[in-house]
Design a protein around this ligand. Structure first.
Ligand code: PGA
Length: 254
C-alpha cells in the first residue's frame, strides 16, 4: 500500500521569522502523525532555518524549484548540489513556473533527471488549464506532460507526481474527488506505459488545487489519490494539520 504524502507549497509567502514560527507550530501539531508522510516547501531563503526548526521531527523539507545544472553562470538560479544537504524533496514544473517563468515539458524533464541523479525526490506537477479541459484536451495535455517530462527518467529513486488542474489552483474551485481520482488513474496508466506496471503501482500521485480541511476527506477516500500538494491552506498550521489528520484517519481505516 502506498503511504499518503501531504506536502505544503508555501510559494512566495512568509518572512524568515514567519517560516520558523510556522515550522514550530506544525511540529507541535503533526509531528509523528502515523501512516502519513509530510513535508513543507518554504522559499529558498528560509530553507536553512526551516531545516533547523524541523530537525528531529517527522516533517520533511522541500524546495519549490531547481536548475538542472550542478553549477554555472546562471544568475539567480539554485542548483541541485546546493539543495541535497538541505532538503529531501523538490517541486518540479509547478503550473506557476510553467505559466510565468517559461518552463516547458523539456526543462521539466532535465530537472527531473537531475533531481533524481542527486538523490532528491521530485514532486512533478502536471495539470490542464480550464481552456484545455473545456476543449476536451485534458488527457492529451496530461499525456504530453507526463511522456515528455518523464522521458528517460531513472526510476531508482522516489518520484512523486502531483496532478494539479490549473483551474483549481488558488481558485477555491477544487476538482471533485471522483474527477481527480479518474484523472490520476489515467496518469498512473501513463506511468505504467512508460515505466511498467510495478513502478506505476508504487508511484505516489497527489491531488493539488484548493485542498482544504473541509474537502480533504473527499480526496483521501479515493483509491488512486495518494495525498495532496497544498498551497494556501498550508500557510495556516491548523488547516494543514487538519488535512494531515484527515489523511491519517482514512489511512488507519484502510
Ligand atoms: P492551492 O495551491 O492549494 O492554493 O490551490 C496548490 C498549489 O499550487 O500547489
Amino acid at each position: 500500500m502506498r503511504t499518503p504524502f501531504i506536502a505544503g507549497n508555501w510559494k512566495m509567502f512568509t518572512t524568515a521569522t514567519e517560516c520558523v514560527d510556522l515550522c514550530r507550530a506544525l511540529v507541535e501539531r503533526i509531528d509523528k502523525v502515523s501512516g502519513v508522510e509530510t513535508a513543507v516547501c518554504p522559499p529558498f531563503t528560509h530553507l536553512d532555518r526551516a531545516r533547523a526548526a524541523l530537525e528531529g521531527s517527522s516533517i520533511g523539507l522541500g524546495a519549490q524549484n531547481m536548475h538542472w545544472e550542478e553549477q554555472g553562470a546562471f544568475t539567480g538560479e539554485v542548483g541541485p548540489r546546493m539543495l541535497t544537504s538541505l532538503v529531501r524533496y523538490v517541486i518540479i514544473g509547478h503550473s506557476e513556473r510553467r505559466q510565468f517563468f517559461c518552463e516547458t515539458d523539456e526543462t521539466c524533464n532535465k530537472k527531473l533527471i537531475s533531481a533524481l541523479a542527486h538523490n532528491l525526490a521530485p514532486i512533478f506537477c502536471v495539470g490542464e488549464t480550464r481552456d484545455e479541459r473545456e476543449a476536451g484536451h485534458t488527457n492529451a495535455v496530461l499525456a504530453r506532460q507526463v511522456r515528455v517530462g518523464l522521458n528517460g527518467v531513472p526510476w531508482t529513486g522516489d518520484c512523486v507526481i502531483a496532478y494539479e488542474p490549473v483551474w483549481a489552483i488558488g481558485t477555491g474551485l477544487a476538482a471533485t474527488g471522483e474527477q481527480a481520482n479518474e484523472t490520476i488513474g489515467y496518469i498512473r496508466g501513463l506511468v505504467a506505459e512508460i515505466a511498467g506496471a510495478s513502478i506505476a503501482e508504487r508511484t505516489r500521485i497527489q491531488y493539488g488545487g484548493s485542498v482544504k480541511a473541509e474537502n480533504a476527506q473527499e480526496f483521501f477516500g479515493q483509491p488512486e489519490i495518494d495525498g495532496a500538494l497544498v498551497g494556501g491552506a498550508s500557510l495556516d498550521a491548523d488547516s494543514f494539520a487538519a488535512i494531515v489528520r484527515a489523511a491519517a484517519e482514512i489511512r488507519a481505516k484502510a
